[in-house]
Structures are given as structure tokens and as C-alpha cells.
Design a binder for this molecule. Structure first.
Ligand code: UD1
Ligand code: PEP
Length: 444
């Protein structure tokens, strides 16, 4: 039975939240533990759904995963890794996008992999063609089956010269996790270089990997036959930090985000400043606040790092509904990431979607039928509504819109928020939000 969250809007969020390890690094670091011949220790691990899914997948593959209840640190011992029963793997189909990254590590440790159909946010087609192409170039045989894909490498995995048509985060990680123990050298051209990828590289280097990152999106990896376990503190979640920053702006509040790191948020902070939000950087985190007065509209394009991250877009769009004038947002990473704006329109926002590229550079989606540009006019008074959460970031944007709105909102599907926001209910209550969680009433 699901839950319904009742939100009484109009309360500025004020106080402190703590952000721990990044959703977009921690589960991948857990997968990397499979590559070691001794246990790894991962610190700063958040309690989020994707961590639970990967813990379960590792366990059914024979990896011992134990958690220090006092610190939350995970110890991952891969020394008894084994083939998992297919029914137990099937049970995880649709849970997250991380299983595809098990390919290389499982082939290196047990010689084969069965990967269940992927889940993750429904923000477009989200194909895995880049992943499968690079795996084939390493010598893997990919066999699509009902419920997932079977992958093996009878001749072993061998380093290759590979290039990505677009700097995909996941496909770059696929190459890294496969190449570090493949025979010979790998050259990856067109790599993504998000901070979470650089943190994964740091952790792999601790394990004994040899990886060179050039400043032209080329990564060179010299394969080594064995790796050892790592001890690593995960970098903090910059996407959660940016979400709370937008929550401060939208609700006219003041939030200190402990753990927010300026270096990983440069593009976000520039935009935050231009829109009229203020922030103060300290050694422990960043204070984000609304200084009073009107917010400024702006023109924004999402992009791969070091650009403005696509996962920051949705909460910031809510802030743009409060800006004084017309803003334009061009989403260039995913073809279908504005679905969440329907609910904002129901709440009173003025958002028009367009198929054209309303940005400086035409993107991959321009001549196709995707509504990937948004025109947002403000300021508008948001009013409470009944909302069903569509995906992680879209859902968070609905929460903060409801928190700023006049009146009461009822939000269902909030379980999706647990994929990337640790203890978000506790955090909201700690910031003064007037929220109540109840079981969804049974309908006849
Ligand atoms: C768990 C995780 O880390 N998720 C993040 C990761 O997702 P993820 O790794 O899935 O995103 P990618 O960077 O791979 O996707 C970028 C673009 O490439 C396309 N593509 C990707 C792979 C492929 O085989 N074929 C293909 O066409 C995608 O459809 C998308 O249009 O990076 C995204 C972009 O920063 C973030 O929004 C997600 O939060
Ligand atoms: C798109 C996201 O996540 P995932 O890739 O895990 O679906 C996200 O974190 O906003």
C-alpha cells in the first residue's frame, strides 16, 4: 500500500540538512568492489533505494556486504563471488540503472553476467546501445534474452580503442570498470568527466588501476591482472545539494547544506547567483538563501559536465516560475525531461514546451519530435494540488512547489524520492515544513 504526503504550503524552509555520498557514485563504487581480490570499505554511504538494490544484487552474487550500524560504512567482501540464481536476479528487473555496470566486474570475477532489464527514471528511451557496443569491442558476447541480457567473454576481455558518440556517464563507467582488468591498453575517446566519474577513477586507482584522464575527453587505461580492495569516502551528492538550494529559493527560505562542495557545483552556483539566489561557502558546506526582492529570469541549457547538470534542472524550473519575466530552458541531455512541468501548470505555473532547440547550439533532439525546450513566465502564485510523483527530480520539484504554494497538496508516489534523497521526510520536518504522511486509503 502506498503513502500519501499532505503538504501545507507557504512555509519558508529554514535550517540545516546534511548531504552524504552521491547517488551517482556510491552504487557504482559498490560494484567496483567486485573487481578486488580483498574486501573494500566504502564510507559516507547514504540510505537510499539504489544502495539497497545494489547491496541485494551483490549479495545474491556471493559478495558479503556488512554495514557498521554506528557509522553506516559498508564492507564489501567479493572473495566468494559466484553465479547468482536467475530467479533472484529477475526479481530486480526495473529497480535501477546500476545493474548494467555489473557486466565487466562480473565477467572478470566469475566469467559471466546476467543483467536484468533496467529501471531508473522514465525521462526518455534511455537505450544501452553504447554499453553493449563497447562491451563487444572488449570481446564480450552479448545475448539478449527475455528479462535481461546474458554476457560472457570466452576469450577473456581485451583492451580496445573505443569512442562514444556522446559523453555518456554510464557508458564511460562501463569502459572504466571493464578496462581496468582487461588485457592490454584501452583508449576511450569522448568520455564523460563528471565529478562522480573522477571519484570512481580515484577509487579504482586505490585498488591498483592505472588510468590517465586527458583534458580532451580521452581516458587511457592500462589493464592489470589483479586489483585489491579499496578504502574510500564517497564524494557528497551535488545533485541533492542543488535540490535543497532550489528549495531555499522557491520557499523564500535559508538552508545550510552540510557536505555541499563548491568545486562540484560551479555551474549551478553561477546560475543560482544570476537568478538572484545568494550563497555563502564554508569549509563544511554551503548556505543557500533567498535575499528578498524579485528573482531574475534567465536562459539556461543543460549539458554534460562542466555544464549545467540535467538533474539540477527540475527544482530550478520551479524557482523560475517565481522569477520576474520570461525564462528559457533547453534540455540537451535527455529528450523527454519536461513531463514534470504538467503538474506545475496544474499548480498555476506558466510553462510552454517546444520541440525546437531554444538554445545557443542545436542539440541531438532538434530535428526530432521531442518537447525539450521550455518557456517559463513568472512570477505566478502557485496553489496546492493533488500530484503523483513521476520520477526522482521531477518529484522533488513537485514537493518544493507544494511547499511554496498557497493551500494544501496531496502527493502520492513519494517512494520514488527515496531513490536519491536520504531521509527526505526527516529533513523536510527539520526545516520546518508542515507535512504529514499517511497510508493511502483503500479504494473499493
Ligand atoms: C545513476 C546515474 O549516474 N545516473 C545519472 C547518469 O545517468 P546515465 O549514465 O544513464 O546517463 P548517460 O550519461 O548515459 O545518458 C546521457 C544521454 O546519452 C544517451 N545514451 C546513453 C547510453 C547509451 O547506451 N545510449 C544512449 O543513447 C541517453 O539516452 C541520454 O540521452 O548520468 C545522467 C547524465 O548526467 C544523469 O542524469 C543521471 O542522474
Ligand atoms: C536520472 C536520474 O537517475 P537515474 O539515472 O538513476 O535514473 C537522476 O538522478 O536524476
Amino acid at each position: 500500500m502506498g503513502k500519501v504526503l499532505t503538504i501545507h504550503g507557504g512555509v519558508p524552509l529554514k535550517g540545516k540538512v546534511t548531504v552524504r555520498g552521491a547517488k551517482n557514485l556510491v552504487p557504482k563504487a559498490m560494484v567496483a568492489a567486485l573487481l578486488g581480490d580483498s574486501p573494500s570499505v566504502l564510507r559516507n554511504v547514504p540510505e537510499i533505494k539504489d544502495v539497497a538494490v545494489v547491496t541485494s544484487l551483490l549479495k545474491i552474487h556471493g559478495v558479503l556486504v556488512s554495514k557498521d550500524e554506528a557509522t553506516g560504512d559498508l564492507t564489501l567482501d567479493p572473495t566468494a563471488a559466484k553465479t547468482a540464481p536467475s530467479n533472484e536476479i529477475d526479481a530486480h528487473a526495473g529497480d535501477s540503472r546500476i545493474p548494467i555496470l555489473f557486466c565487466g566486474p562480473l565477467i572478470h570475477s566469475i566469467g559471466e553476467a546476467f543483467i536484468p532489464d533496467l529501471g531508473g527514471c522514465r525521462i526518455g528511451d534511455r537505450p544501452i546501445d553504447y554499453h553493449l557496443n563497447v562491451l563487444r569491442q572488449f570481446g564480450a558476447i552479448v545475448d539478449k534474452r527475455p528479462g535481461g541480457i546474458a554476457i560472457s567473454a570466452p576469450e577473456g576481455l581485451k583492451g580496445a580503442k573505443v569512442s562514444l558518440p556522446y559523453p555518456s556517464v554510464g557508458a564511460t563507467e562501463q569502459v572504466l570498470l571493464t578496462a581496468v582488468r582487461a588485457a592490454g591498453t584501452t583508449e576511450l575517446v569522448g568520455a564523460a568527466v563528471e565529478p562522480e566519474i573522477l571519484d570512481l577513477i580515484a577509487l579504482l586507482q586505490k585498488m591498483g588501476a592505472i588510468i590517465v584522464v586527458q583534458n580532451d575527453r580521452t581516458i587511457r587505461i592500462e589493464g592489470v591482472p589483479t586489483l585489491k580492495g579499496y578504502n574510500h569516502k564517497a564524494l557528497p551528492d551535488r545533485n541533492e545539494s542543488a535540490s535543497w538550494a532550489s528549495a531555499a529559493l522557491v520557499t523564500k527560505g535559508d538552508i545550510f547544506v552540510e557536505g555541499a562542495v563548491q568545486r562540484d557545483l560551479t555551474a549551478f552556483l553561477n546560475t543560482y547567483r544570476k537568478i538572484g539566489g545568494e550563497f555563502e561557502v564554508t569549509d563544511d558546506g554551503i548556505r543557500f538563501f533567498h535575499p528578498g526582492g524579485p528573482l531574475n529570469p534567465l536562459v539556461l541549457e543543460t549539458d554534460v559536465h562542466p555544464g549545467f547538470m540535467t538533474d539540477w534542472q527540475q527544482p530550478l524550473v520551479v524557482a523560475l516560475t517565481q522569477a520576474d519575466g520570461v525564462s528559457i530552458v533547453h534540455e540537451t541531455v535527455y529528450e523527454n525531461r519536461f513531463g514534470f512541468t504538467d503538474a506545475l501548470v496544474t499548480m498555476g505555473a506558466s510553462v510552454q514546451l517546444h520541440r525546437e532547440c531554444l538554445g545557443a547550439i542545436p542539440c541531438r533532439f532538434g530535428q526530432r519530435n521531442f518537447q525539450h525546450s521550455a518557456i517559463i513566465s513568472g512570477p505566478v502564485k502557485l496553489k496546492g494540488a493533488d500530484i503523483d510523483v513521476p520520477d526522482l527530480r521531477g518529484g522533488f520539484s513537485h514537493l518544493i512547489a507544494a511547499l511554496a504554494a498557497e493551500g494544501t497538496s496531496h502527493v502520492t508516489g513519494i517512494e520514488l524520492i527515496n531513490r536519491g534523497y536520504e531521509k527526505f521526510m526527516e529533513k523536510l520536518i527539520g526545516l520546518g515544513a508542515r507535512v504529514e504522511l499517511a497510508e493511502l486509503a483503500k479504494t473499493a
